[in-house]
Design a protein around this ligand. Structure first.
Ligand SMILES: CC(C)(COP(=O)(O)OP(=O)(O)OC[C@H]1O[C@@H](n2cnc3c(N)ncnc32)[C@H](O)[C@@H]1OP(=O)(O)O)[C@@H](O)C(=O)NCCC(=O)NCCS
Length: 148
Protein backbone atom coordinates (compact mmCIF):
# COMPACT_ATOMS: atom_id res chain seq x y z
CA UNK A 1 0.00 0.00 0.00
CA UNK A 2 1.20 3.48 -0.85
CA UNK A 3 0.36 6.48 1.29
CA UNK A 4 -2.94 7.94 0.09
CA UNK A 5 -4.49 4.53 -0.69
CA UNK A 6 -6.00 4.04 2.77
CA UNK A 7 -9.49 5.17 1.69
CA UNK A 8 -9.48 2.67 -1.19
CA UNK A 9 -8.70 -0.08 1.33
CA UNK A 10 -11.62 1.01 3.50
CA UNK A 11 -13.89 0.70 0.46
CA UNK A 12 -12.61 -2.86 -0.17
CA UNK A 13 -13.06 -3.76 3.50
CA UNK A 14 -16.59 -2.34 3.54
CA UNK A 15 -17.57 -4.13 0.33
CA UNK A 16 -16.02 -7.46 1.40
CA UNK A 17 -17.98 -7.35 4.65
CA UNK A 18 -21.32 -6.05 3.36
CA UNK A 19 -21.38 -7.79 -0.04
CA UNK A 20 -19.44 -11.02 0.51
CA UNK A 21 -19.62 -11.86 4.23
CA UNK A 22 -23.32 -10.92 4.20
CA UNK A 23 -24.17 -14.54 3.41
CA UNK A 24 -22.82 -15.62 6.80
CA UNK A 25 -23.74 -12.85 9.25
CA UNK A 26 -26.80 -10.80 10.21
CA UNK A 27 -27.15 -7.12 9.25
CA UNK A 28 -26.40 -5.99 12.82
CA UNK A 29 -23.22 -8.11 12.84
CA UNK A 30 -22.11 -6.63 9.49
CA UNK A 31 -22.80 -3.08 10.73
CA UNK A 32 -20.78 -3.68 13.90
CA UNK A 33 -17.88 -5.19 11.90
CA UNK A 34 -17.81 -2.47 9.20
CA UNK A 35 -19.84 0.57 10.34
CA UNK A 36 -21.28 2.98 7.76
CA UNK A 37 -19.19 5.85 9.11
CA UNK A 38 -15.62 5.50 10.25
CA UNK A 39 -12.90 7.49 11.96
CA UNK A 40 -10.71 8.32 9.00
CA UNK A 41 -7.58 9.14 11.06
CA UNK A 42 -7.86 5.92 13.03
CA UNK A 43 -8.20 3.86 9.84
CA UNK A 44 -5.28 5.63 8.11
CA UNK A 45 -3.05 5.01 11.11
CA UNK A 46 -4.20 1.38 11.36
CA UNK A 47 -3.45 0.69 7.67
CA UNK A 48 -0.03 2.34 7.87
CA UNK A 49 0.80 0.10 10.83
CA UNK A 50 -0.40 -3.03 9.00
CA UNK A 51 1.62 -2.21 5.86
CA UNK A 52 -0.71 -4.23 3.61
CA UNK A 53 -0.07 -5.69 0.16
CA UNK A 54 -2.65 -4.62 -2.39
CA UNK A 55 -3.94 -6.48 -5.46
CA UNK A 56 -4.58 -4.28 -8.46
CA UNK A 57 -6.61 -4.79 -11.62
CA UNK A 58 -5.29 -2.15 -13.99
CA UNK A 59 -4.89 0.89 -11.76
CA UNK A 60 -7.71 -0.13 -9.39
CA UNK A 61 -7.16 -1.69 -5.99
CA UNK A 62 -9.42 -4.74 -5.74
CA UNK A 63 -8.13 -6.52 -2.63
CA UNK A 64 -5.56 -6.38 0.15
CA UNK A 65 -3.97 -8.42 2.90
CA UNK A 66 -1.08 -8.11 5.34
CA UNK A 67 1.55 -10.32 6.91
CA UNK A 68 3.00 -9.32 10.26
CA UNK A 69 6.58 -10.43 11.19
CA UNK A 70 5.04 -12.84 13.74
CA UNK A 71 3.17 -14.64 10.92
CA UNK A 72 -0.16 -13.10 11.93
CA UNK A 73 -2.52 -12.14 9.10
CA UNK A 74 -4.76 -9.34 10.34
CA UNK A 75 -6.77 -8.41 7.22
CA UNK A 76 -7.64 -10.36 4.05
CA UNK A 77 -10.33 -8.75 1.92
CA UNK A 78 -11.42 -8.76 -1.73
CA UNK A 79 -14.00 -6.30 -3.08
CA UNK A 80 -17.40 -7.93 -3.64
CA UNK A 81 -17.34 -6.77 -7.24
CA UNK A 82 -14.15 -8.77 -7.86
CA UNK A 83 -15.03 -11.90 -5.88
CA UNK A 84 -14.45 -15.32 -7.44
CA UNK A 85 -11.99 -14.01 -10.05
CA UNK A 86 -8.70 -15.16 -8.56
CA UNK A 87 -7.81 -12.02 -6.58
CA UNK A 88 -7.81 -13.90 -3.25
CA UNK A 89 -5.65 -16.64 -4.77
CA UNK A 90 -3.15 -14.04 -6.02
CA UNK A 91 -3.00 -12.36 -2.60
CA UNK A 92 -2.54 -15.72 -0.87
CA UNK A 93 0.25 -16.68 -3.32
CA UNK A 94 2.09 -13.45 -2.54
CA UNK A 95 1.55 -13.90 1.18
CA UNK A 96 2.94 -17.48 1.14
CA UNK A 97 5.96 -16.45 -0.95
CA UNK A 98 6.69 -13.53 1.39
CA UNK A 99 6.41 -15.80 4.44
CA UNK A 100 8.91 -18.25 2.88
CA UNK A 101 11.28 -15.44 1.97
CA UNK A 102 11.30 -14.20 5.57
CA UNK A 103 11.43 -17.77 6.97
CA UNK A 104 8.23 -17.34 8.93
CA UNK A 105 7.40 -20.84 10.23
CA UNK A 106 3.73 -20.39 11.19
CA UNK A 107 0.88 -18.35 9.73
CA UNK A 108 -2.09 -17.49 11.95
CA UNK A 109 -5.25 -15.41 11.67
CA UNK A 110 -8.74 -14.98 13.08
CA UNK A 111 -10.77 -15.89 10.03
CA UNK A 112 -14.42 -15.06 9.44
CA UNK A 113 -17.07 -17.61 8.49
CA UNK A 114 -16.98 -16.04 5.01
CA UNK A 115 -13.36 -17.04 4.40
CA UNK A 116 -12.73 -20.24 6.38
CA UNK A 117 -13.25 -22.59 3.40
CA UNK A 118 -11.03 -20.36 1.27
CA UNK A 119 -8.22 -20.57 3.87
CA UNK A 120 -8.73 -24.35 4.22
CA UNK A 121 -8.20 -24.66 0.47
CA UNK A 122 -4.67 -23.29 1.04
CA UNK A 123 -3.87 -25.70 3.89
CA UNK A 124 -4.95 -23.65 6.91
CA UNK A 125 -6.58 -25.57 9.78
CA UNK A 126 -9.11 -24.40 12.32
CA UNK A 127 -7.58 -24.40 15.82
CA UNK A 128 -10.62 -23.07 17.69
CA UNK A 129 -13.84 -21.20 17.12
CA UNK A 130 -14.43 -18.02 19.10
CA UNK A 131 -17.07 -15.36 19.56
CA UNK A 132 -15.91 -11.75 19.66
CA UNK A 133 -17.82 -8.79 20.97
CA UNK A 134 -17.42 -5.90 18.53
CA UNK A 135 -19.27 -2.68 19.36
CA UNK A 136 -21.64 -4.67 21.56
CA UNK A 137 -22.48 -7.32 18.94
CA UNK A 138 -21.30 -10.97 19.05
CA UNK A 139 -19.45 -12.15 15.95
CA UNK A 140 -18.11 -15.66 15.37
CA UNK A 141 -14.79 -16.41 13.70
CA UNK A 142 -12.00 -18.99 14.08
CA UNK A 143 -8.31 -19.03 14.84
CA UNK A 144 -6.69 -20.75 11.86
CA UNK A 145 -3.07 -21.64 11.22
CA UNK A 146 -0.74 -23.12 8.64
CA UNK A 147 2.75 -24.47 9.26
CA UNK A 148 5.24 -23.70 6.49
C1 LIG B 1 -12.46 -15.15 1.02
C2 LIG B 1 -12.09 -14.16 -0.08
C3 LIG B 1 -10.84 -13.39 0.34
C4 LIG B 1 -11.83 -14.93 -1.37
O1 LIG B 1 -11.39 -14.03 -2.39
P1 LIG B 1 -11.72 -14.32 -3.95
O2 LIG B 1 -10.94 -13.33 -4.74
O3 LIG B 1 -13.18 -14.35 -4.16
O4 LIG B 1 -11.09 -15.78 -4.13
P2 LIG B 1 -10.67 -16.48 -5.50
O5 LIG B 1 -11.46 -15.92 -6.62
O6 LIG B 1 -9.19 -16.45 -5.60
O7 LIG B 1 -11.16 -17.96 -5.20
C5 LIG B 1 -10.27 -19.00 -5.01
C6 LIG B 1 -11.00 -20.28 -4.74
O8 LIG B 1 -11.61 -20.23 -3.46
C7 LIG B 1 -13.00 -20.46 -3.56
N1 LIG B 1 -13.64 -19.57 -2.62
C8 LIG B 1 -13.59 -18.23 -2.58
N2 LIG B 1 -14.29 -17.79 -1.51
C9 LIG B 1 -14.77 -18.87 -0.90
C10 LIG B 1 -15.56 -19.07 0.24
N3 LIG B 1 -16.01 -18.08 0.98
N4 LIG B 1 -15.88 -20.34 0.57
C11 LIG B 1 -15.45 -21.37 -0.18
N5 LIG B 1 -14.69 -21.25 -1.26
C12 LIG B 1 -14.35 -20.01 -1.61
C13 LIG B 1 -13.35 -20.10 -4.99
O9 LIG B 1 -14.50 -20.79 -5.42
C14 LIG B 1 -12.13 -20.58 -5.72
O10 LIG B 1 -12.16 -21.97 -5.91
P3 LIG B 1 -11.64 -22.65 -7.27
O11 LIG B 1 -10.20 -22.22 -7.39
O12 LIG B 1 -11.82 -24.09 -7.01
O13 LIG B 1 -12.50 -22.07 -8.33
C15 LIG B 1 -13.23 -13.15 -0.33
O14 LIG B 1 -14.41 -13.88 -0.62
C16 LIG B 1 -13.55 -12.20 0.81
O15 LIG B 1 -13.02 -11.09 0.85
N6 LIG B 1 -14.45 -12.60 1.72
C17 LIG B 1 -15.06 -11.75 2.72
C18 LIG B 1 -14.08 -11.11 3.64
C19 LIG B 1 -13.56 -11.99 4.68
O16 LIG B 1 -14.29 -12.65 5.36
N7 LIG B 1 -12.23 -11.96 4.78
C20 LIG B 1 -11.53 -12.65 5.81
C21 LIG B 1 -11.47 -11.79 6.99
S1 LIG B 1 -10.76 -12.60 8.32
Amino acid sequence: MQEGEEQALWDIFYSAVHDVAARHYSQSQLDAWAPGSFDRNYWVERMRKLQPFVAQAGDRIVGYTDLQPSGFIDHFFVSGEWGGRGVGTALMGHLLETAKLHRIPLLTGFISLAAQSFFQKFGFEIIRHQTLNIRGVEIENALMCKTL
